[in-house]
Design a protein around this ligand. Structure first.
Ligand SMILES: Nc1ncnc2c1ncn2[C@@H]1O[C@H](COP(=O)(O)OP(=O)(O)O)[C@@H](O)[C@H]1O
Ligand SMILES: [Mg+2]
Length: 304
């Protein structure tokens, strides 16, 4: 498996501006090289209330601080969505795009640090039920974003509903968020199990949120990793932890990103470390050698 540095990916991005990339690119050496145009990362959980929306919003903000262009796609039809957390007014969302009433660019709202937000998708049909026309609209619209973004973080909502599954399948990278609470942990396991067994997802990274110290986070990781190893024969990766921090709740009340208003808060420092890890890591080629661009996954292979 060849590993592509982020710099190489960015360089290849420049050559290709304005196009939907083909399913692979012949490099100078004659090899097919994978080009992940945008890193699409699902931020997901089994149980609600574990901190997904806060993590998505703040990671996007901290990635922007690292000169990465980031968008949060709010795919959670529930309450307390990212627009509420960040105090953003959003008249339009994905629903209007899919109905052809608005262009995606018109629905994007600017958040702190210049991050883009595609507001709550509440009211949209189950993604699996989209018509062919709606899927094509989405592919056209996502293509417009191609050159203007490095990361799309998807706040998927919790559980194993078909929309949560759909967005997890569309994303190439999956970050599972849990807290040390036993129910959050068992629900995280259930989610991973379904994504692995029914949807063939194999790579999961864990963020343990609301921990008192890193030791507690490691214990939580080990418990979950032991279960996935033992029962699923699947190894999950540890991405990081976020400390339990009153400043997060304080920021939510102020409808601001904690990373913006409390740059030195313990939770911010944890999130900054995770953002640095994500932005500096190598982007690997698809394991099976085929390039599946995220929008192909979103609309389904045959566009049907
Ligand atoms: N690290 C943290 N420390 C303290 N409170 C947190 C932390 N992360 C999240 N919270 C709080 O937990 C609640 C749920 O967070 P939220 O991001 O809305 O979860 P989810 O999107 O998973 O439902 C919010 O009230 C938020 O302020
Ligand atoms: Mg949420």
């Amino acid at each position: 498996m060849r590993i592509h540095s982020t710099a190489a990916v960015k360089a290849s991005k420049k050559q290709d501006q304005g196009k939907i990339p083909a399913a692979g690119n012949l490099s100078a050496t004659g090899n097919y090289s994978a080009r992940q145009e945008i890193r699409m990362i699902a931020i997901t959980s089994g149980k609600g209330g574990v901190g997904k929306t806060n993590i998505a919003a703040n990671l996007a903000y901290l990635l922007a601080r690292l000169n990465q262009k980031a968008m949060v796609l709010d795919a959670d039809a529930g309450l307390a969505n990212i627009d509420v957390i960040l105090g953003i007014n959003s008249p339009y969302n994905l629903y209007h795009v899919l109905n052809g009433e608005k262009l995606l660019a018109d629905t994007l709202v600017e958040g702190p640090g210049g991050i883009k937000i595609l507001p709550s998708a509440s009211g949209i049909p189950e993604m699996t039920d989209l018509s062919r026309g709606q899927k094509l609209t989405l592919i056209d619209e996502l293509n417009v974003l191609n050159d203007s973004l490095d990361f799309i973080l998807i706040d998927t909502g919790a559980g194993i509903s078909s929309n949560v599954m759909y967005f997890n399948m569309a994303a190439r990278e999956i970050i599972v968020v849990t807290t040390p609470e036993p129910t959050a942990l068992t629900d995280a396991y259930a989610l991973i199990k379904v994504l692995y067994q029914r949807h063939a997802k194999r790579r999961f990274r864990l963020i343990v949120n609301m921990v008192r110290n890193s030791g507690e986070a490691k214990e939580v990781y080990e418990r979950l990793a032991h279960a996935t190893d033992h029962f699923l024969n699947l190894t999950i990766e540890y991405l990081g932890h976020v400390l339990l921090d009153e400043k997060v709740k304080d920021a939510v009340k102020q409808q601001r990103a904690v990373a913006e208003i409390y740059p030195n808060a313990p939770a911010t420092r944890c999130l900054a470390k995770i953002a640095e890890n994500i932005s500096s890591e190598n982007v690997e080629e698809y394991e099976d050698g085929n390039i599946k661009l995220f929008w192909e996954n979103i609309i389904g292979r045959n566009c049907g």
